[in-house]
Design a binder for this molecule. Structure first.
Ligand code: ATP
Ligand code: MG
Length: 280
C-alpha cells in the first residue's frame, strides 16, 4: 500500500488520502490531477474502504478512462473489467444496455455520433419537405442538443416565436424518427439515463447505494445534464419529477456555483484552474 503512495508529492498525498467527504481538487494543467484520482481509487480499494464495484469514476475522454483503468490494473491485483470507470457517454450507454427495457429502448439500440445525427436530421427534413435553407440542419441539431442538455423534451421546449415553434415541431419529428429507427444520439444517452433514474426510484436507489465514491475528472467541463445525473447518483438530486419546465434546478448554471455544489455533494472532483497550486 505504501508503494501506492510513494510517488506522490505532499499535496497529492493529502488529496489521495482524504477521509470520506466531498472535495473539490484544484490544480494546474499537467500537475497530476488524474493521477490523484486514479491513486485515490486504488487507495480506497486497497484499504478496504470500498470494493471495485462501489466506485463510479467519470473522465472526459475514452483515452483518459483507458489510462485510468490500465494504471489501476498495474497498481492493484484486481480485475478492472466490470468497474464503472468511463466517460459520461460510455457509462450511460452501459447503463441503458443493462436497463434498455425500463428505458423504452430496443436491446440492440444503435448510437448516432454527431455526423450520423446530422445525416438523420437532413433525411428528416427531406422526408418532411422542409426547406433546409430556412431550417439549416446543423442549426437544428444544435437546437435539439441544447434542449436535451437542459433536460428539455420537445413537449417542454418553449416555442417563443413562429420560427421556434416550427423547430420544436421538427424536434418532435426527430424524436419520433429516432424511436422508429431504434437509435440514440449522444445527448439522448445522457437524458434517457437521467430520466430513467429520476422516474424509477428503486433503480436509482440501487445505484445510489452501490456507488459509495464518485470521482469526476475535469469537473469544470460538465454540462448541466451531466451534473444533474451525477447529483442523482450521489443521492442528493430529486428523484421525483416535480419540475415541469426544467428537469433540474438552475442553480448549477455557472461553473463556480456548480463547483461549490460539487464540493458539498460529490466525493472528489479534479479540475484545473489557472494557478498551478494545489487546493483541496
Ligand atoms: N508526483 C508525481 N511523480 C511523478 N510523476 C507524476 C507525479 N504527479 C504527476 N506525474 C506525472 O505527470 C503527468 C501528468 O499527470 P496527470 O495526467 O495526472 O496530470 P493532470 O493534472 O491530470 O493533467 P491534465 O491537466 O492534462 O489533465 C503524468 O505522466 C503523471 O504520471
Ligand atoms: Mg487530467
Amino acid at each position: 500500500m505504501s508503494d501506492l503512495l510513494a510517488n506522490l508529492n505532499a499535496p497529492q498525498l493529502a488529496a489521495v488520502t482524504l477521509p470520506p467527504q466531498h472535495a473539490l481538487i484544484l490544480a494546474g494543467a499537467g500537475s497530476g490531477k488524474t493521477r490523484v484520482l486514479t491513486t485515490r481509487i486504488a487507495w480506497l480499494i486497497s484499504t478496504g474502504q470500498v470494493g471495485p464495484q462501489g466506485i463510479l469514476a467519470v473522465t472526459f475522454t475514452n483515452k483518459a478512462a483507458k489510462e485510468m483503468l490500465s494504471r489501476l490494473a498495474a497498481m492493484l491485483p484486481i480485475n478492472t473489467r466490470g468497474m464503472w470507470i468511463g466517460t459520461f457517454h460510455g457509462l450511460c450507454n452501459r447503463f441503458l444496455r443493462a436497463h434498455h427495457r425500463e428505458a423504452g429502448l430496443p436491446a440492440q439500440f444503435q448510437i448516432l455520433d454527431s455526423a450520423d445525427q446530422l445525416a438523420a436530421i437532413k433525411r428528416l427534413l427531406k422526408t418532411l419537405n422542409v426547406d433546409d435553407q430556412k431550417y439549416p440542419p446543423r442549426e437544428l441539431m444544435h437546437f435539439i442538443n441544447a434542449h436535451k442538455e437542459q433536460g428539455l423534451r420537445a413537449a417542454q421546449a418553449e416555442a417563443y416565436d413562429h420560427y421556434t415553434s416550427r423547430r420544436v415541431e421538427l424536434y418532435t419529428e426527430y424524436e419520433a424518427q429516432c424511436r422508429r429507427e431504434g437509435v440514440v444520439d449522444f445527448a439522448e444517452l445522457l437524458l434517457r439515463s437521467y430520466e430513467l433514474l429520476q422516474r424509477n426510484e428503486p433503480l436509482c436507489q440501487h445505484y445510489q447505494a452501490r456507488f459509495r465514491h464518485i470521482l469526476v475528472d475535469e469537473f469544470q467541463d460538465t454540462n448541466r445534464l451531466q451534473y444533474a445525473w451525477l447529483k442523482l447518483l450521489a443521492g442528493r438530486g430529486s428523484v421525483t419529477p416535480r419540475r415541469r419546465r426544467r428537469a433540474f434546478s438552475r442553480s448549477a448554471t455557472t461553473t463556480s456555483r456548480s463547483m461549490r455544489f460539487a464540493a458539498r455533494r460529490l466525493a472528489t472532483c479534479a479540475t484545473c484552474n489557472a494557478s498551478s497550486s494545489w487546493r483541496t
